[in-house]
Write a protein that binds this ligand. Structure first.
Ligand code: FUC
Length: 768
């Protein structure tokens, strides 16, 4: 294959707004680089800069009114149930904490030449994690590089020029038009420090340190300005910390800057590249269309515009996939907070939906590409957050519902707040946030098969299940259902024209609980413990309502076959079992799979998929239904309708989940492993006739490379991480080789090819 992998976003002009700027991040520190010529702005974030501290918002009136709310729902007195729930169940106050920007690094740059700038290029190398700006002014060629170093905990910007003494600028730290900071001080001759408080009771203090290390020229500080004059090259080291993690954030931030300043720029850069590529290069993806066209020489915003006008650009799809992995590496690293609604990149003091953790789809979607995309350690911050939610979740479970275990509603924040968010009927009174998150822990185990990890997370899974063991109620038919519940975030219509959101037993409830009880029972079995709990979970699972097929042939969203108030609704909660769940499969449960198809067709025919994340989910659904053409059409739609010039997902506004969900969807088109077997190229569209992907991970400890041509598999390589049996779904006969020799004990039956693998071995599969 001649085409090389696409690894660069690039532009011919500076960003004119935040949504054109290019993101860098090391999990904790984030920057949006504008690439200005005279005036440069790097918009700054630190993941723990959140307004306010922890609170107990559990509504003391929840428990006394719970029996009444349940009774009203059983009696179908919806209005009364809604009114009472809004008052009695909502958190007090109704909202959790919000994320905020750290500030801005602003540079005013002076040039000797008055001539126009030539050959300007602004780029983001997503393999190395470096944003760059290059141009020529007069006779001097200027270059700037910015990266957020994980090993050295600093946002590094390097200025260089090919003529000595050409670099002069003044730098400032700013924070919002209202100057949301308290002090700006000189820490030493080369360093300024911004001091401020995040605000709200119990809120953190933050410190931002900016240090200049110049080669040649002079560095000085006058007032709030850090000044560089006539340098050959300059390295700016931006470091930050808050009291969320550090008792003395100033000492931490300043020391980190001093430490980084002792390392040469070349060394800082090579340590960063070494670290970043150790993650980014694990997966490579090349997609080639029939014409082997390559548009990498066209600026990214222009390519996107062409796609918006209807062109196909499969290279841009591959770039979008890798950009999703890039964003995860940059916004979620061990020790950082998880990626929030905007990853770590947020410009607003009061961001959309608080830029927090919406856990009825959005935060989960952020982590869909983590395991298969070979970034398992980037998943860890999510597990830390789940652990942080346990103590508050226990209190919420007892205070609101008098249940054991731990529970979370549809949002959480940096403090792991578990009480309901908003007075918002279609969303707030949903109790499955933590349950769904816990399935991510189980998934991490399924991919990596790390027994120590399983032992560590089992108590968390069990505690999540315990809440539902206590909270589930019995219907007259003996089924176990949640009362109250909602199907996020949809509204149903009753035959009498009334509409409702609260319900008894939404389809999604049982689908999530089915997987949670299954995961708990399997985990306990593997650990050889809790046999009576295993039995309990199996019994309870058997009493959950089965997914029902409604009058249109669709998967029913509620226990009753209601019509929907908004048939093109963005949430498609009742297909959880198709994706990310595992219960609806094309071969195992064809009736449910067909009904899921009807559901999707209906949603899309009614204008569904209008938010970026919803479109991304739809790609995953079609991929699971093995419909490559529909999956592809939705990738195209994601790029053409829901993508900003810097390739950020556009809800609108910018929301990062669609980037991650889109990347996950592209993976699901190439490799699936949810149905007990590995399935290579399950949803390959005609538009991707040739391609290669290396380094994907699959459940069961596998790493997988796939090469295809003319729409057909050429070769797949499976590396087994554990002794296991390998089962491959294949519609064509396959030869399996190890070390060039055909593996003899391979069984082929009903489209499944299986054999025993040993840890550390590689197997090559090719068509017979
Ligand atoms: C849910 C979604 C919205 C948005 C918000 C952050 O409420 O329904 O579309 O993504 O989360």
């Amino acid at each position: 294959m001649t085409q090389i992998e696409e690894t660069r976003l690039w532009y011919k002009e500076p960003a004119s707004n935040w949504e054109e700027a290019l993101p860098v991040g090391n999990g904790k520190l984030g920057g949006m680089v504008f690439g200005g010529i005279r005036r440069e702005r790097i918009a700054l974030n630190e993941d723990s800069v959140w307004y306010g501290g922890p609170r107990d918002r559990n509504n003391p009136d929840a428990l006394p009114h719970l029996p009444k709310i349940r009774e009203l729902l059983r009696e179908g007195r919806l209005h009364e149930a809604h009114d009472l729930s809004a008052m009695a169940l909502s958190g007090v106050p109704e909202t959790q904490r919000h994320y905020m920007p750290l500030g801005d690094l602003e540079l005013n740059i002076r040039y000797d030449s008055k001539e126009e700038v030539r050959d300007y290029v602004r780029a983001l190398d997503i393999t190395n994690g470096i944003a760059s700006v290059t141009f020529t002014k007069g006779e001097v060629h200027f270059a700037r590089e910015t990266f957020a170093s994980f090993p050295d905990e600093a946002l590094v910007t390097r200025f260089s020029a090919d003529k000595p003494g050409s670099i002069s600028f003044t730098a400032r730290l700013l924070r919002g038009s209202n100057r949301y900071y308290d002090e700006l001080v000189k820490a030493d001759e080369n360093t300024i420090v911004m001091r401020g408080m995040c605000g709200g009771s119990g809120g953190s203090d933050f410190r931002t340190s900016l240090r200049a290390v110049a080669d040649g020229g002079f560095v000085s500080i006058i007032g709030e300005h850090l000044i560089v004059e006539g340098a050959n090259s300059v390295t700016l080291l931006l470091t930050a910390a808050t009291s969320f993690r550090h008792a003395d954030p100033e000492a931490y931030a300043v020391d980190a800057g001093v430490r980084a300043g002792l390392i040469s720029y070349d060394e800082l850069k090579s340590r960063h590249i070494q670290d970043f590529t150790s993650l980014s290069k694990r997966v490579q993806l090349r997609l080639t269309d029939a014409a082997h066209s390559n548009a990498a020489d066209v600026p990214t915003n222009e390519r996107l515009k062409l796609v918006q006008e209807g062109s196909a650009d499969v290279g841009l799809m591959a770039l979008y996939y890798q950009f999703g992995r890039y964003l995860l590496i940059s916004s979620s690293r061990p020790g950082s907070l998880p990626a929030n609604l905007q990853g770590i990149w947020n410009e607003k003091m009061l961001p959309p939906w608080d830029s927090k953790y919406t856990i009825n789809i959005n935060t989960q979607m952020n982590y869909w590409p983590a395991e298969a995309g070979n970034l398992a350690e980037c998943h860890e911050p999510l597990f830390d957050l789940i652990e942080r939610m346990r103590a508050p979740g226990r209190i919420t479970a007892r205070a609101m519902y008098d249940c054991g275990g731990f529970v979370a509603h549809h949002n959480t924040d940096i403090w792991g707040d578990t009480a309901p968010q908003d007075i918002y009927l279609p969303a707030s009174y949903w109790t499955l946030g933590a349950a769904w998150l816990c399935l991510h822990m189980w998934e991490h185990y399924e991919y990596g098969l790390n027994d120590a990890f399983l032992e560590q997370i089992y108590p968390t899974l069990k505690e999540s299940a315990q809440f539902f063991v206590d909270f589930l109620t019995e219907t007259e038919d003996g089924l176990l259902v949640l009362n109250p519940s909602v199907s996020p975030e949809n509204t149903y219509l009753l035959p009498n024209g009334q509409s409702g959101t609260l319900c008894i037993g939404a389809s999604m409830d049982s689908q999530i609980l089915y997987e949670l009880f299954t995961a708990c029972a399997e985990a306990a079995k593997k650990l050889g413990i809790d046999s009576s709990e295993q039995e309990l979970w199996h019994n309870m699972r058997a009493r959950l309502p089965e997914p029902a097929i409604g009058k249109h042939g669709q998967i029913q969203e509620w226990m009753e076959d209601y019509e929907e108030a908004e048939p093109g609704h963005r949430h498609i909660s009742h297909l959880f079992a198709l994706h990310p769940g595992k219960r609806f499969t094309v071969r195992g449960t064809p009736e449910w799979a067909n009904a899921a198809r009807v559901t999707l067709d209906q949603r899309l025919a009614s204008g569904g998929g209008h938010t970026g994340w919803s479109r991304a989910w739809i790609i995953n659904f079609w991929a699971r239904l093995e419909d490559g053409e529909k999956a592809y059409a939705n990738v195209q739609d994601l790029l053409s309708h829901s993508t900003l010039p810097n390739l950020f997902d556009n809800h609108p506004p910018f929301q990062i989940d669609g980037n991650f969900g889109g990347a996950a969807g592209i993976t699901e088109m190439l490799l699936q492993c949810h149905a007990g077997s590995l399935h290579v190229l399950p949803a390959l569209p005609d538009a991707w006739p040739h391609g290669e992907v290396t380094g994907l991970r699959a459940r069961g400890g596998f790493e997988v490379d796939i090469r295809w041509s003319n729409g057909l598999l050429v070769e797949a390589r499976l590396r087994a991480g554990a002794a296991n049996s390998c089962v491959v779904q294949s519609s064509i006969p396959l030869i399996v080789r190890e070390d060039g020799r055909e593996v003899k004990d391979v069984f082929s039956k009903d489209g499944l090819v299986s054999w025993t693998v040993s840890a550390g071995s590689e197997y090559v599969l090719s068509p017979k």
